[in-house]
Design a protein around this ligand. Sequence first.
Ligand code: NAD
Length: 471
Amino acid sequence: MLLLSNFIGGKFASLKEETYIDSYNPSTGKVYARIPNSTEYEINLAVEAAQKAFQTWSKTSRSTRAQIMYKIADILESKLNEFAIAESIDQGKTLEFAKNVDIPRSIYNFRYFAGHILHTEEKSTVMDNIALNYIQRSPLGVAGLISPWNLPLYLLTWKIAPCIAAGCTCVAKPSEFTSVTAYMLCDVFKQAGLPEGVVNIIFGTGSKAGQALVSHPKVPLISFTGGTVTGKKINETCAPLFKKVSLELGGKNANIIFEDCDFEKTVDTSIRAAFSNQGEICLCGSRIFVQKSIYPKFLDAFISQARQLVVGDPKDPKTKVGALISKQHMEKVLKYIELAKEYGGIIECGGIRKKLDGEFSDGYFVEPTVITNIKSSCRVAQEEIFGPVKEAINLANDNQYGLSCSIWSENGRRARRVAESIQVGYVWVNCWMVRDLRVPFGGVKKSGIGREGGEYSMNFFTEQKTILINL
Ligand code: NAD
């Protein structure tokens, strides 16, 4: 059994009160790790360590910061398999997905932001012959970084990398459901020579450790990725304290398909968009709108591919859909399927828990599910299910969320017109989840506040001061 400890001031630290949380392997339903149930006490120690480290790190040159970050990336890359195996066991995702998406992207997060700080220039402006303006950017201080369980290391490093690149230090809290790769990352930091206290990682629940971090007076900025309900709570805590907040929240993304699409590519990618990572990606295309003329053909092809997706042992290369994160989450997903039936939804395929044999008999598997005949106003079409459950309906913007959207059409003018009228932060035309880390990423409506990526992350972690010098 793995026993995790917090990482404070460059050292693995014991808890004041030795209480732990069980962490389950979702594919077996068995406990396999124990996570520190940290409290305000541990958060305070971590913030102190981060404050101390900030004195030096904020003044460390860009080239040194970048050098250390490149080293972190290199070490992580040398351990790619080890990390991918751990992520797959901890989260339930397929090993293939962890190997090809989670860990490579975590490595790239460090490389990208190391490169970013080396290659961006600061602008200055001259105002006629009167004045010279320039912007001084200063790292803001100790950041609180809170991440979810669906893409554990990928999303944690998406926050840690820009934070330390900008010269901030941090206290990071991964999800209590998936803490193992964050724990392993602490060793990578040590090996790479990251100075003590620059990154501190505290494990525990959102209500104890998370809340203590968010409300800590010496933590002026909070970067959060997770559910909309939690995001609202965090915003309520931060607003009266005037903290800078970035909220990357839920999504219920539309996948809009026109009759002139590249049919095969559209079906293949729509399947990936719907069921990758068991449908547990905030960007999943979970509402599918198909032009009437190709609807029957699309539905047939889509259902036939969904039925062929192998659900099972995450380690098996044939497996395309692993286990859902927890028993509670699986029950929530199954409840939505029941709700869909009550509203007259037709379950075209799946719709049930997948029971496997042997060591996986208690795993949290759900069959890829396609639901049709759902009204846009129905809760199934409005709320985030975050599981392998998709429905084909007619309206895209009629939703409380606004994270991303995919549009499928070979008519560029049509695609652009639709893209510009969709209320989201990110639109893909003829693709899904292709990411350029330089561009703004984030949502509108209940999908969040703020943008991450390249310069946008740098703006978050720094304060800009304008200095005007009279000429
Ligand atoms: P969650 O909101 O339950 O938890 C996220 C993190 O917040 C965890 O680390 C949790 O411990 C912590 N937390 C919970 N309550 C807290 C509190 N009061 N104060 C401080 N921290 C607290 O979300 P989840 O279930 O782990 O993740 C799934 C959600 O994340 C989905 O809604 C998904 O769409 C969203 N998500 C969004 C993005 C994005 O980029 N927009 C990316 C991935 C996931």
